[in-house]
Write a protein that binds this ligand. Structure first.
Ligand SMILES: [Zn+2]
Ligand SMILES: [Zn+2]
Ligand SMILES: [Zn+2]
Length: 302
């Protein structure tokens, strides 16, 4: 009986076929019990994915297009910020100073603070590195210590180890630590190093736009020409009804808008443009916070 069991075990052992392969992290030769496209090295902890193949570098046209797109959005956003600050100063300052000197000074201070916060946070999030991963030794066994490449994968674009918290960005052409997304408005990735300044920039834009909208409406109200109603009589107004009265007011507004000064027209443009930008950035802020929350939840669950 024992002989039969020993024979059966021997047969089983002889059936097992070992696959020999090498770990990209430490270079050790590994023997796998069966063919597996993805496996983890028992020594350094690096993960090898044999489904990955060395990727060709992106075409010159693709890289140029992405670079141009990023530069265009960054320049557009920067010019818009400068325009809103200069136009706001030109259009709103005389109005608030004419109302009260103290109010004018308060407006000057608040404008300066909001402008500095917005431009500084924009600079920090756009022109600072989004977060580079630390350089690690890899490739040969004595140099690579036990567990030193734990859960590292191999980036086929960079041709280097990629830490579990990193993601490769084809626009920035590098692996970014804690990458959230590549934002064309700042022409940069949002990662570990600039996530705070990016959120600060979004908040600064939303607060500044809210202030610009409210000040444009306030100053526009002061510079708006007086409304003139044609053939207005109380008896007629009562016979017009609500819709007729509204039409009368709209016609008076349209007539007076034709008499608006350049300052008034600029204030209307500022109010609408800032409101549009505020809506877009509120949406971005909401999605950025949702992404961060999702990342935190998933890291806690893991
Ligand atoms: Zn290894
Ligand atoms: Zn990479
Ligand atoms: Zn990027």
């Amino acid at each position: 009986m024992d002989e039969e069991v020993a024979k059966a075990m021997h047969c089983n052992e002889s059936v097992i076929e070992y696959f020999e392969t090498a770990c990209w992290g430490c270079g050790l030769r590994l023997h796998l019990a069966s063919y597996s496209p993805i496996f983890k090295c028992g020594w350094c902890g690096a993960i090898t994915d044999r489904n990955q193949s060395v990727r060709k570098a992106d075409s010159v046209c693709f890289s140029r297009w992405r670079g141009l797109r990023d530069r265009f959005f960054v320049a557009l956003l920067f010019l818009f910020m400068i325009f809103v600050i200069c136009a706001g100063v030109w259009a709103v300052y005389p109005v608030v100073f004419s109302v009260s000197y103290l109010y004018g000074m308060f407006h000057c201070t608040l404008t300066a603070i909001l402008s500095i916060c917005t431009i500084l946070s924009f600079y920090l999030s756009a022109f600072r590195s989004a977060g580079t991963q630390t350089n690690v030794q890899w490739g040969s066994y004595p140099v690579v210590g036990k567990g030193s490449l734990e859960n590292y994968t191999f980036c086929v674009y960079c041709g280097k180890p990629k830490s579990p918290r990193s993601h490769h960005c084809r626009s920035c052409k590098m692996c970014v630590l804690d990458m959230d997304h590549h934002c064309p408005f700042i022409g940069n990735c949002v990662g570990a190093a600039n996530h705070r300044s990016f959120i600060a920039f979004l908040i600064a834009v939303v607060v500044s736009c809210t202030y610009v909208v409210s000040m444009s409406i306030y100053a526009g109200y002061h510079v708006w020409p007086p409304l003139e109603y044609e053939h207005l009589a109380l008896a007629r107004l009562s016979s017009l009804g609500a819709i007729g009265a509204l039409k009368l007011v709209a016609a008076a507004l349209a007539n007076s808008a034709l008499l608006l000064s350049a300052r008034g027209l600029l204030l209307i443009y500022l109010a609408f443009a800032s409101l549009s930008v505020e809506i877009v950035f509120r949406f971005l802020l909401g999605s950025a916070n949702a992404m961060k929350l999702q990342q935190r939840l998933s890291s806690k669950l893991l």
